[in-house]
Design a protein. Structure first.
Length: 369
């Protein structure tokens, strides 16, 4: 019975979030899509294509035993690193707004950093199990850090500070959960924070975003670095408690850039109100409870890899959702991070759907033990 409850705690909010996502992508992108592509449902139809691919991926991972993922975690990691290198080859990587983050593959753009998040969950979880007896030793501690350094360097070169921060937090969280000492955890956290500070300090446009974050309506930033955040806050303010109604957003009329991707939460609150935003958060909380219950159940049954993977999936979805929402409401400087299950994006939605399938597979395996 407990496993059925866990499945419901995952599936109900997952389906609800996906439904909200496709509805709001349609609404947020309708004018931009019509102006640029001559089809108001250009992004909505593409999102449906991505979801269809995601469903195929979910079927695949729902029938693959989790032990197979444990044995082949290095294969996923190797593929991710190769894709990160290949992306920088001439005529291969696709550059948008000055960032080279995608590889064109037919109707979709593959984003290697999103695949890397998926692979790191598997690999770091597997590594922690294989090195469980020595995970707190210096040698075993430094090996995954070297891998993290290479991956972070490649992603920062795109440049993509947001994904780099998510990946660093993801690796640190799994290693800490697996048993590294508090001293190692503290040292690693300080090092990552220092590198993040240097990345911002040595980049004039990142400094401009931080300055805009402190006061996005200041005259010197409101029309440049503060434009996205100021319009996001205007949209949220216009929504009030109950919103303007689906399709009635003003900010999506070419005022708020990336309204269907990074800043879709602002459009959700503008159209559905604070109540709609809180309901979205409620769905995420239910999903998190379900994943954590499966994590605890796996560890109680001695299935360490499965427990670490479930925990890593929880950390990834939770941190990325919190970062995205915090940026939208002005609690963090502007960064390009999607809202899981909601924002428009091919690789992101496929990866998130695949992770949900893996959690469900782990839960169904647990009931047999």
């Amino acid at each position: 019975m407990n496993h059925k409850v866990n499945n419901l705690l995952i599936l109900i909010p997952f389906i609800a979030l996906m439904a909200i996502g496709i509805t709001m992508v349609s609404s947020a992108s309708i004018y931009f899509a019509d102006e640029n592509y001559g089809n108001p449902f250009h992004f909505a139809s593409r999102q449906m294509l991505f979801i269809s691919i995601g469903l195929i991926s979910m079927i695949f991972f729902s029938v693959i035993p989790s032990d197979f993922l444990f044995k082949s975690d290095w294969v996923f990691m190797l593929i991710s690193i190769i894709l990160l290198f290949v992306m920088f080859l001439p005529e291969v990587g696709t550059t948008v707004n000055g960032s080279t983050r995608w590889i064109r593959a037919g109707p979709i753009n593959i984003q290697p950093s999103e695949i890397c998040k998926f692979s790191l969950i598997l690999y770091i979880s597997g590594y922690s199990v294989r090195r469980m007896s020595e995970i707190d030793t210096l040698r075993s501690f430094l090996k995954p850090l070297f891998l993290l350094f290479i991956i972070a360097l490649l992603i920062m070169s795109q440049p993509d500070l947001g994904s780099t921060a998510i990946i660093c937090l993801l690796v640190v969280a799994i290693l800490f959960y697996a048993g590294i000492s508090f001293f190692q955890f503290s040292l690693l956290s300080i090092l990552i924070a220092l590198l993040g500070y240097l990345a911002v300090y040595n980049s004039p446009w990142r400094i401009a975003r931080v300055m805009a974050f402190t006061d996005p309506f200041a005259p010197e930033v409101v029309n440049n670095a503060g434009w996205q955040l100021s319009n996001s806050l205007i949209g949220i303010g216009q929504g009030g408690w109950f919103g303007l109604g689906i399709g009635n957003s003003f900010q999506k009329n070419f005022f708020l850039p990336e309204a269907h991707t990074d800043f879709i939460f602002a459009i959700i609150v503008e159209e559905l109100g604070v109540i709609g935003g809180l309901f979205l958060l409620f769905l995420f909380v239910i999903l998190f409870i379900g994943i954590l219950k499966i994590t605890i159940d796996s560890l109680k049954k001695g299935r360490l890899f499965q427990g670490y993977v479930s925990f890593g999936i929880f950390v990834l979805i939770a941190v990325q959702a919190l970062f995205n929402i915090a940026v939208n409401i002005g609690l963090l400087p502007t960064k390009g991070l999607t809202l899981p299950f909601i924002s428009y994006g091919g690789t992101s939605i496929i990866i998130m759907m695949s992770l949900v399938a893996i959690v469900l597979r782990i839960n169904n395996e647990n009931k047999l033990i």
